[in-house]
Design a protein around this ligand. Structure first.
Ligand code: IPD
Ligand code: CA
Ligand code: CA
Length: 265
């Protein structure tokens, strides 16, 4: 690992843990909750404060790096040149508000469009998942093994129940046969946690119809580092600055589900 990425790795881990401590402290304080695009799209003062915290740290240390953050305190980014930090200060805000668990801080760092580093911090479980491209993926100090193929019948996959009921993004008949065939389904309500769990082998695949760059930036780096496959629902590579559907999974399983259930949709 060269000194540049070693330095980024050290700072990112330090800031993610500091931000986690700020979030934990907020549990004993009153939370200001507002809605964004619809009554279920929540944002709190902590989402905003944590994003602002990252921006001041990054700009103070790496003034040339650009930042794309969910809450909009970063920049308007239209090209992938240079180093870009893609930040979701709290992924799983609904869980944060309702459960005080099952949410994570997600930080993905790209250079000229290539994912180089990913950090997903499950604050309450104190689990920091991280990867640097070419240097393996870890959960705290434990190296995550390469993902091995698994059959559909033995797979535990993550998806939201919305996608097998009437919705405007996918016909429910596409995924319901898959849901019946797999060993089990799960839904955690935080894309970042679901992606970290695929990287850690706790889930075999994760399927969702619409995510933003800050939801998947870090998870993409983590999963690719352990040999998992990251695409959109059509099997195409993700565009890092665009919203997209997402289908990630173990090697073999990903191809199998894609060709049996998803091709043509
Ligand atoms: C949301 C979570 C959720 C996913 C949504 C995201 P947020 O992020 O990741 O699991 O289904 O699409 O928007 O709003 O809590 O940061
Ligand atoms: Ca999110
Ligand atoms: Ca968020």
């Amino acid at each position: 690992m060269n000194d540049f990425w070693k330095q980024i790795d050290t700072y990112a881990k330090q800031w993610v843990r500091e931000a986690g401590a700020m979030i934990k402290d907020s549990f004993s304080k009153e939370l200001l909750i507002q809605t964004k695009s619809n009554p279920n799209d929540l944002v709190t003062n902590m989402d905003q404060e944590v994003e602002q915290f990252f921006i001041s740290k990054i700009k103070g240390t790496f003034p040339n790096h650009r930042i794309l953050g969910e809450e909009g305190y970063g920049e308007k980014i239209e090209t992938t040149e240079g180093v870009i930090w893609v930040i979701d200060p709290i992924d799983g805000t609904m869980n944060f508000v309702h459960q005080q668990r099952n949410f994570a801080i997600s930080v993905g760092i790209f250079e000229n469009g290539v994912g180089q580093a990913g950090f997903i911090y499950d604050v309450v479980h104190d689990e920091l998942y991280y990867a640097l491209k070419g240097h393996g993926a870890y959960m705290n100090d434990i190296k995550l093994p390469k993902l091995e193929p698994v059959s559909i019948e033995e797979a535990v996959i993550s998806l939201n129940a919305t996608w097998v009921t009437e919705n405007k993004r996918i016909d429910p008949s596409v995924l319901s046969p898959l849901v019946r065939r797999v060993r089990g389904t799960r839904s955690y309500g935080s894309a970042a946690i679901e992606l970290a769990y695929v990287a850690a082998g706790r889930l075999d695949a994760y399927i969702t119809m619409r995510l933003a760059p800050w939801d998947f930036a870090a998870g993409k780096v983590l999963i690719e580092e352990v040999g998992g496959v990251v695409t959109d629902l059509k099997g195409e590579p993700l565009q890092i600055l665009n919203r997209s559907s997402l289908f990630v999974g173990k090697p073999g399983l990903h191809e199998n589900i894609l060709s049996t259930y998803l091709s043509g949709n």
